[in-house]
Design a protein. Structure first.
Length: 439
């Protein structure tokens, strides 16, 4: 069984939830390996029941929003694994497990890495104090400070929840240190270690029995030829190393993140699916060469009237939008070794007249055909566009490549040629069914 990776190829919000859920149809394990509640992965399930895992209908209009649990876990036959590279906020985790169990109508098969770090109530407060919330426009979920604690080797991990005395002692030590470091912070002063420990230990009762050695579990699964699907959170251009630093998240959102965040080496992963929108969006601060601040940007974003319009799943923030950037996408394909691309929201490009696609950047009169490593340089780059014609037909009912309008086919072909990566999945709507398999 080939292991599959589903990775964000742009600045996040590409539709990884839908694609990951889709390719997990026959999977045994759906695995998250990075990030935390900064991720917002939406799955909209229709009525079809293909594959061995079948489908369950949700009671709230078939829409599921995942932040911590991998999207494949929505298939009743697929277990969810939360890998060591994640940062877990215990209250959100307990809530999300309950929601999933309500939807499935049974116990969720979830495995949580003992090594995963915890987001504690002081982490979001630190984002405010240290300024990352305002300067980087983060999701304010405490992601950066939790990873800081991990690297500083003072973090609390899921395994600490299994030893309440030790949990309280470590929490008390960290909180005392922080109060000493920031004596004027009222929100920090208000935190009481005993109370926090009590509340978290109570909340964790819902998932304490799911905390285990997930690396051993995944290697046993590989040995038994079971199917694994890795679901990346965030994306290449938000990766701590390869993204537009410092306007990035604090984890490894690229293929290497699976090695460090789940303990499964790259040579075990045969299919690497990059998920990209047919245009580009970004939420939060940082350079974005093809951003359109005019009417077209608004048109691509939508008004917010539709659930698929470009407003954040986690924070509700309007997303910045612009044309497809193939310089950035080529870079993501190189870094991740995409074996294929899932191109989503192609339907949004209907009736737009002319479509622009950036194939190079211009910097101080020179043409650049690679993605610069310094975000100040990227901020000065001007996209060089090729123009392709749009199509007038709606794509929402298209279910096969042969039914696509000629210009839509040409748009896809153009992307494949520039990237030298085949587009194997096309999404033309948010529902499971609104998909074209091009394999
Ligand atoms: P999914 O998995 C889009 C962005 C934030 C901010 C920067 C750092 O749904 O694609 P953080 O809270 O992680 O420290 O914020 O990264 N960001 C995302 N943008 N989609 C996401 O996740 C994101 N997770 C973080 O907006 O600019
Ligand atoms: Mg999202």
């Amino acid at each position: 069984m080939p292991a599959i990776a589903v990775l964000g190829a742009q600045w996040g919000d590409e539709g990884k939830g839908k694609i990951s859920h889709l390719v997990s149809e026959n999977a045994d394990y759906s695995v998250r390996f990075n990030g935390g509640t900064n991720a917002g992965h939406t799955v909209f399930v229709g009525n079809s029941a293909n594959g061995k895992n079948g489908h369950e209908k949700s009671k709230n209009g078939n829409e599921f929003k995942f932040h911590l649990i991998p999207s494949g876990a929505l298939h009743p036959g697929c277990a969810g694994v939360l890998g060591n590279g994640m940062v877990l906020e215990p209250f959100s985790l307990a809530k999300e497990i309950k929601e999933l169990e309500d939807a499935l109508g049974k116990d969720a098969k979830i495995f949580i890495s003992e090594r995963a770090h915890l987001i504690l109530p002081y982490h979001p407060i630190l984002e405010g104090i240290e300024g990352s919330k305002s300067e980087l426009d983060t999701t304010a979920k405490g992601i950066g400070p939790a990873y800081q604690d991990k690297v500083a080797r003072r973090g609390l991990r899921a395994v600490d929840l299994l030893n309440p005395t030790q949990f309280l002692a470590k929490l008390q030590r960290n909180l005392d240190q922080l109060k000493g470091l920031y004596p004027h912070s009222k929100p920090l002063a208000d935190l009481d270690a005993q109370k926090i420990a009590r509340e978290i230990l109570t909340a964790s009762e819902r998932f304490r029995d799911k905390i285990t050695n997930t690396t051993a579990l995944l290697h046993k699964a590989l040995k038994a030829d079971q199917q694994l699907v890795f679901e990346g959170a965030q994306a290449c251009l938000l990766d701590i190393d390869f993204g537009t630093y410092p306007y990035v998240t604090s984890s490894h959102a690229t293929i290497g993140g699976i090695g460090v965040g789940a303990g499964v080496p790259p040579n075990r992963i045969q299919r690497v699916i990059g998920v990209a929108k047919a245009f580009t969006s970004r939420v939060g601060s940082g350079p974005f060469p093809t951003e359109d601040l005019g009417e077209m940007g608004q048109r691509l974003r939508g008004t917010g009237a539709n659930p698929w319009d470009e407003f954040g799943t986690t924070t509700g923030r309007p997303r910045r939008c612009g044309w497809l950037d193939l310089v950035a996408l080529k870079y993501a394909a190189d870094i991740n070794g995409f074996t294929e691309l899932a191109l989503v929201k192609l339907d949004i490009l209907s009736e737009l007249g002319e479509l622009k696609v950036a194939t190079a950047y211009e910097l101080d009169g020179e043409i650049l055909d690679y993605f610069p490593s310094h975000c100040d340089v990227l901020a000065r780059c001007k996209p060089v566009y090729e123009t392709l014609p749009s199509w007038s037909e709606s794509l929402r009912d298209c279910r096969s490549l042969s039914k696509l309008p000629k210009n839509a086919k040409n748009y896809v072909k153009f992307i494949e040629q520039v990237l030298d990566v085949p587009v194997t999945i096309l999404s033309v709507g948010r529902a499971f069914e609104e998909t074209i398999s091009a394999r």
